[in-house]
Write a protein that binds this ligand. Structure first.
Ligand code: GLC
Length: 752
């Protein structure tokens, strides 16, 4: 059964070939509510409070389960566990819950299964670069099959935080900077994790996180303050969560940050008015690790009891790891600070999900599900995902793909690091299964000479430089594989300087002095600023942290078996000083322009104060990114022509059909990601200069031409205005169809 499903999903991403499956989204029925209410009626207050408790454990607990833990389950004081990775513990705890606790309510076991469980896929920012919802769905389906074999039925994913600042460590886990792309991916992840039915033993309930605005942390400093006006919240940060809920995500996680002065775990407006009333979410909310009691350092709660009061009154259902509800809910009730009705309602949401998961009928881990860990199909999917995620940023003189007879010097601190290439949030991925680039080159009998040059990405020692340079001199091409160790991105790992760490830049410059072509392959959890070395290298291939099969994927791309087809899901800055930087920005009253910009090095001595063009730019780095959103090269070239609109008058009763001819003007077959952007030129609030409204992949043989079609309706263009009315004002629109956010064939239409 599972294999069929996986094959169908492999089909979807074009590895094999067939039809699509639909995912049933859970509904709330009277019958379900009756079961929930019947159970609630039997529960004591203590047991209700117990369901609100997500107990954290360490996956490194050894020996027998602590008696305290078993007793707490026996007394119904725990609703779910996090990080119980020993299947015997899972089975033992569940057995106690369903046989010995007062109302035999099953536990849910949770884990951060973010981009794979055992088989590791590219980091989510990499998967976002694939712009491929089928890859997103297939990879999360594989993760669910593997993780559920360990009893994990709840994953804390997908992370749907819009990220506009590459200094932020968690941009690695994000779907990038665009709400449209993030929404498509979020929907696909939820479908993959939850599968066709929530009560399938290989289904893991999803958790859309972090609600809300975590990626807007000021300065890209993790956990920091987010200031988001109500329109931006509705138009940029909420859409991916809406898509996840529409796809049926059963849980949502509050974020660590405050937004506009209110920490998310205590934000009543957010969790009741927006989440429940506006978005009709009917699953349950889980706090992030200790984020309820962190309202104390936030200065929003005076103590633990006050934090519990705020969380419960805000409608935050399940408390992760901190114990404020467990310690104070009963007292708060006696003091009239909260009501039993509130507690009952919070528990009802959790029981509803447990019923939907079929846990009451089928609480035990499916011992027959081996998870097919590291199955051939899983590894193949991981390799294809790594290829589809990789972005070719530079390829001067078409140095890539390399001829298989090319003698290469492989140099750099990430050429053979099985653990580092997995990236952040990969607790369960076993590096022993990683295929590194040097392992792949060896297997494929590539003629290569390997000298690390630096032993880890932050290494500043130059003791191996000479040996590396000598190896380079004896080669035809230098392949430098560098970037960031896994630990340099992810939670709490923001960087103010996002250049290549350590002495990598210095080594690349030394290598370039040999006159040999340099191909830079980057493994990193974020865009890396390349301004210092971009002229020293002939090609740049960004593979993010590519996962278990990264080495084979890199081999296939470097030697042309397959082309990298990724496109940037985030704007790539020249320097960290430009951040936050994103394509869908506002025009301002003084938009930057080439005509008015004078570079700092060209300013005449004693220049008159207002002689430099008063527009929004930096004197030293200008106003454009290094590479724009949606950018990526391939191994062929494409020509866009004949942009046509079916009408230039869009109304509420028609649709706009947009067609464009795409021709493969290169020697090799290739895939192009055709992107559709729109600008609402005048709005009752200022509107972005561009917004992604569609994308399509087209595969063309050399010389082949195809017409690509998009359709747009007024609904696709609506936005929330300053009164939070979701609508569209009549007026002029611009439209582009192109290969990235910075260029494309342009046209216009009127909405009337
Ligand atoms: C972390 C993260 C969250 C994760 C949770 C459980 O601190 O913020 O994304 O799911 O704790 O590990």
């Amino acid at each position: 059964m599972y294999k069929t499903k996986l094959y169908i999903l492999l089909i979807l991403i074009g590895i094999i070939s067939c039809k699509e499956e639909k995912t049933t989204v859970a509904t709330t029925t009277d019958h379900l509510e009756k079961k929930v209410n019947n159970l609630l009626a039997k529960m004591t207050l203590e047991e209700k409070i117990g369901q609100l408790n997500l107990r954290g454990t360490s996956s490194r607990v050894k020996g027998a389960l602590p008696e305290e833990l078993k007793q707490a389950v026996r007394e119904g004081k725990i609703g779910a566990f996090l990080n119980v990775m020993n299947t015997e513990y899972v089975d033992e705890l569940q057995k106690i819950a369903i046989n010995e606790s007062p109302n035999k309510i099953p536990l849910i076991f949770a884990r951060d299964v973010i981009h794979g469980f055992k088989t590791i896929f590219p980091i989510p920012l990499g998967l976002a670069a694939s712009w491929d919802t089928k890859v997103a769905e297939a990879s999360s389906r594989v993760a669910a099959v593997e993780a559920s074999s360990y009893g994990v039925r709840w994953t804390f994913a997908p992370m749907l935080d819009i990220a506009r600042d590459s200094r932020w460590g968690r941009i690695a886990e994000s779907p990038g900077e665009d709400p449209y792309l993030a929404s498509k991916l979020g929907e696909a992840y939820v479908k993959g994790f939850q599968g066709d039915s929530l009560n399938d033993p290989t289904s893991m309930i999803a958790c859309a996180k972090h609600f809300i605005g975590y990626g807007a942390a000021i300065g890209g400093r993790d956990y920091n303050t987010a200031i988001i006006n109500k329109e931006l919240l509705q138009n940029v940060y909420l859409p991916p969560f809406k898509a996840a809920f529409k796809a049926g995500s059963q849980t949502v996680m509050t974020s660590f940050n405050e937004t506009n002065g209110i920490p998310a775990s205590g934000d009543k407006k957010l969790l009741k008015d927006i989440l429940r009333k506006q978005l009709h979410f009917d699953g349950f909310v889980v706090s992030d690790w200790n984020s309820v009691t962190e309202m104390i350092p936030h200065g929003f709660a005076k103590d633990e009891k006050h934090a519990a009061e705020i969380g419960i009154n805000a409608g935050m259902n399940m408390e992760m790891t901190s114990k404020s509800y467990e310690n104070h809910a009963k007292k708060l009730l006696e003091e009239g600070k909260i009501s039993e009705k509130q507690i009952t309602s919070l528990v009802a949401d959790i029981l509803r999900v447990k019923f939907r998961m079929g846990l009451f009928k089928n609480p035990k881990r499916d011992a027959n599900n081996s998870g097919n860990l590291y199955a051939k199909e899983h590894l193949e999917l991981a390799k294809q995902a790594a290829i589809k995620s990789s972005v070719l940023l530079k390829n001067d003189k078409n140095i890539l793909p390399l001829d298989k007879k090319t003698k290469i010097a492989v140099i750099g601190p990430l050429a053979n690091k099985p653990r580092e290439q997995l990236g952040t949030w990969t607790f369960d991925g076993d590096k022993a299964h990683s295929i590194t680039p040097t392992m792949a080159f060896t297997k494929e009998e590539v003629a290569f000479n390997f000298v690390e040059g630096l032993s880890f990405s932050r290494d500043t020692s130059e003791k191996e430089f000479k040996k590396a340079v000598n190896a380079a001199k004896k080669s035809d091409v230098i392949v430098f594989i560098g970037g960031e160790e896994a630990i340099l991105s992810g939670e709490a790992h923001s960087r103010a300087n996002i250049n290549l760490p350590g002495a990598q830049e210095k080594l690349i410059k030394e290598l370039a002095k040999t006159g040999k072509p340099v191909v830079l392959v980057i493994m990193a959890g974020r865009p890396i600023t390349l301004t210092n070395i971009i002229e020293e290298v002939d090609a740049v291939l960004m593979t993010w942290h590519p996962g278990t099969m990264g080495g084979e994927a890199i081999y296939d791309m470097l030697f042309g078996n397959q082309e990298p087809t990724g496109r940037l899901p985030v704007t790539w800055p020249k320097t960290a000083g430009q951040l936050p930087l994103f394509y869908n920005h506002k025009n301002t009253g003084r938009p930057a322009s080439k005509e008015e910009f004078v570079h700092i090095d060209s300013i005449p001595i004693g220049a008159w104060q207002s002689s430099l063009g008063n527009t929004s730019h930096y004197l030293d780095v200008g106003f454009t990114p290094h590479f724009p959103f949606g950018y990526g090269l391939g191994y062929t070239t494409f020509q866009y022509s004949n942009l046509k609109l079916s009408t230039n008058k869009l109304t509420n009763s028609n649709q706009l059909e947009i067609t464009v001819a795409i021709k493969n003007t290169g020697e090799r077959k290739g895939e192009e990601l055709v992107q559709l952007y729109v600008q609402d030129v005048v709005g009752s609030i200022t509107r972005p200069v561009k917004e992604l409204k569609g994308f399509k992949k087209v595969l063309l043989k050399s010389g082949e031409e195809k017409t690509v079609k998009f359709t747009l309706s007024a609904n696709d263009l609506k936005y929330y205005n300053s009164e939070l009315v979701y609508g569209l004002e009549k007026g002029d629109f611009k439209i582009w169809v192109g290969k990235n956010a910075a260029n494309g064939l342009k046209s216009s239409f009127v909405y009337e």
